[in-house]
Design a protein around this ligand. Structure first.
Ligand code: ATP
Ligand code: MG
Length: 377
């Protein structure tokens, strides 16, 4: 990282990135904590990607990354709502009118344009409308490109901050949410499938630092889970995502093979989920986590019934969070593609042996009877 004095200011202006963070600003008294955490995550991300910058400043609902050459992919930093690479100049109207010339080539190449000004700090004259009008006229005269207020081809944004002015032409979308770790820790039941990595991501986006727990069925499946962990790790702002792998046989206390071919075979999947929740609760307790995440979904396949969910969660001693419960499959797939877990999840691997005729509606009392008889309670 370069200290500001290490680098001579670029003549007339510096490159910067404006970062906006939506919801965090609503957090009242915790706001400063969130802002500082997001700033630290941004700094860590830039350093990890060898992206030079001079300083990161928090100012009235914005974070300014100053002296930043090149544009980092800040979408990977959760909590970032949107961001804009910008030109940073002195807080002076004369300077603003001179520096606007840098945008002339792009505006000349556009059908029409407008200037949109926002004063984050109001002690600046002219006011926003005045800036838009004067600058608009000046640009129109110099480029020959006409102003068009509604749906212009090019929109030049002028943001007047407390100490500096920023000029930029577009916004890039982030995922929003909160910095990873700002809400607390949960155990996440991670399979090699499509759903649980997306569920884990959605909770990370709400500020959760997940502790990943996988019940191993095959080596290929576990290798996939490790790749999924690495992908999710990229969103964790440098915090280590721990993965615990337990052989699935172990949660069945070695009794799984003995269930196939008996009257208990149709219950294998529900028993499996019940045992997973039992172990997940133990892990949550020993690790000091506050609940469990699953990729459960309602009714996408025949066994995903409210009854089965209720029965399998009878072993859960902590709240269970399943953010995909009401998602359509295509929504989950779209998000999996966007976060880069989809291709990993769809790779073929050996899974578990499904029982013949699995139960679609096991009630909890019935399950408890089966668990007693099989010694799996
Ligand atoms: P996924 O796509 O996440 O595998 P799924 O649609 O296949 O989910 P299920 O097989 O019913 O649905 O699993 C429901 C949830 O149980 C998973 O989303 C995951 O959270 C958890 N789970 C399933 N298998 C395992 C496993 N081997 N290890 C850890 N958790 C698992
Ligand atoms: Mg699955």
């Amino acid at each position: 990282m370069n200290a500001p004095e290490d680098r001579p200011a670029a003549p007339g202006g510096e490159e910067a990135v404006i970062v906006r963070y939506g919801e965090i600003s609503l957090k009242g008294r915790n706001r400063r904590g969130f802002e500082q955490m997001l700033r630290d995550h941004l700094a860590g991300f830039l350093r990890a990607h060898s992206q030079p910058f001079s300083v990161i400043e928090i100012e009235r609902g914005r974070i300014y990354i100053r002296g930043c050459r090149g544009v980092p992919d800040l979408k990977m930093v959760l909590g970032v709502h949107s961001y804009s690479p910008a030109l940073e100049i002195e807080r002076d109207f004369g300077q603003l009118k001179r520096e606007a010339a840098r945008f002339f080539p792009a505006i000349r190449a556009s059908r029409d344009f407008r200037v949109s000004c926002q004063r984050i700090a109001k002690d600046f004259t002219p006011d926003s409308m005045g800036v838009e009008r004067e600058l608009g006229t000046l640009i129109e005269e110099n480029t020959g490109t006409p102003v068009r207020l509604k749906d212009p081809a090019f929109e030049l944004h002028v943001e007047i901050g407390r100490r500096r002015i920023y000029l930029f032409a577009g916004k890039r979308r982030g995922f929003g949410g909160f910095p990873v770790g700002s809400s607390g820790r949960l155990v996440s039941l991670l399979s090699g499938g499509i759903d649980s990595p997306v569920a884990t991501f959605l909770m990370m986006k709400r500020g959760v630092l997940p502790l990943l727990l996988h019940f191993a069925v095959s080596e290929a499946e576990t290798a996939k889970v490790r790749r999924l962990r690495d992908r999710l790790q990229a969103f964790a702002a440098g915090q280590e995502l721990k993965l615990i792998v337990i052989p699935r046989e172990e949660i069945f206390l070695g009794k799984l093979p003995g269930l196939y071919g008996t009257r208990f075979e149709p219950y294998v999947c529900v028993i499996c989920k019940y045992r997973m929740h039992k172990v997940a609760s133990e892990v949550a307790r020993s690790e000091g986590a506050l609940g469990v995440i699953t990729g459960d979904n309602l009714a996408q396949v025949a066994s995903q019934t409210l009854k089965n969910l209720q029965a399998s969660r009878a072993a859960a001693e902590f709240p269970v969070y399943s953010p995909l419960i009401a998602f359509e499959k295509n929504e989950t797939v779209a998000l999996a593609r966007e976060i880069g877990t989809y291709d990993i999840s769809i790779a073929a691997s050996e899974g578990c042996t499904p029982p013949r005729d699995p139960k679609t509606g096991v009630d909890p009392a019935r399950l408890l009877g089966v668990l007693e008889k099989t010694g799996l309670r």
